[in-house]
Write a protein that binds this ligand. Structure first.
Ligand code: CDP
Ligand code: CDP
Length: 220
């Protein structure tokens, strides 16, 4: 199997780029953030707060989450209900980085992620893919961009969806999330030594996609 790992902070372009690369190479795109988001949603629906560690861990252990690929598109299910849309809300994104610090929450998902990667050619994106989930991935990319650029991208995305928002608040949320993801004890976000760094602040989507495809070709 050929495995491509893409890690990086929120809004760097990971999912957009991973999706295109996967489609063009005929691989499966595995969005690990959605798996953590589904765990957060199960806690949110149960009225559990992110800092209630024992309750969060218990909920995440029993949560009935499953993952399906429909025409190459990943669908997340919670108790057999498709929650792929609901987990995209900002409130869930923020709660997700707060529950992703707990070891038992991560262990269950990492096992699912490794199982998918052992059976399929994948482009998998997240925070700890190259450093913890797939340390032997064939190609490792650390994709980043300045927090200002990332906030602008998120802002434009929300505006397009008709969501009323403020760019300063978005940048603050992004910085808080980066801080939590980079400073947690277990599997923090950091570049693996053997990952290729791509700063997309001044690169468009096509340029980044082409760069990754070139790297994959060189490695084959
Ligand atoms: O998955 P991640 O949070 O890293 O980012 P994303 O959701 O893929 O990208 C955030 C936004 O940035 C999307 O609207 C992308 O279309 C946009 N983007 C861009 O304008 N230029 C890039 N080079 C990469 C992403
Ligand atoms: O799309 P965006 O970058 O906003 O976030 P995401 O990829 O959906 O991930 C949401 C949160 O899940 C992140 O802020 C991380 O705290 C957590 N996460 C993680 O800890 N490990 C992963 N492999 C993927 C996501």
């Amino acid at each position: 199997m050929y495995n491509i790992a893409i890690d990086g902070p929120a809004g760097a372009g990971k999912s957009t780029i991973a999706k295109i690369v996967a489609k063009e190479l005929g691989f499966i795109y595995v969005d690990t953030g959605s798996m953590y988001r589904t765990m957060a949603l199960s806690c949110y629906r149960a009225g559990i707060k992110a800092d209630e560690e024992e309750k969060v861990v218990a909920k995440c252990r029993e949560a009935e989450i499953s993952i399906r690929y429909e025409n190459g598109v990943q669908k997340m299910k919670l108790n057999n209900e498709d929650v792929s849309g609901e987990i995209r809300q900002e409130v869930i994104g923020n709660m997700t980085s707060a529950i992703a610090v707990y070891g038992p929450v991560r262990e269950r998902l990492v096992e699912m992620q490794r199982d998918i990667a052992s059976k399929n050619n994948v482009v998998m994106d997240g925070r700890d893919i190259a450093t913890a989930v797939l340390p032997n991935a064939d190609l490792k990319i650390y994709l980043t961009a300045s927090s200002k650029t990332r906030a602008e991208r998120r802002y434009n995305e929300l505006l397009e969806k008709g969501v009323d928002c403020n760019i300063e608040d978005i940048e603050k949320d992004i910085k808080d999330r980066d801080y939590r993801d980079m400073n947690r004890e277990i599997s923090p976000l950091k570049k693996a030594d053997d990952a290729v760094l791509i700063d997309s602040s001044n690169m468009n989507i096509e340029e980044v996609v082409n760069k990754i495809k070139e790297l994959a070709k060189e490695g084959k």
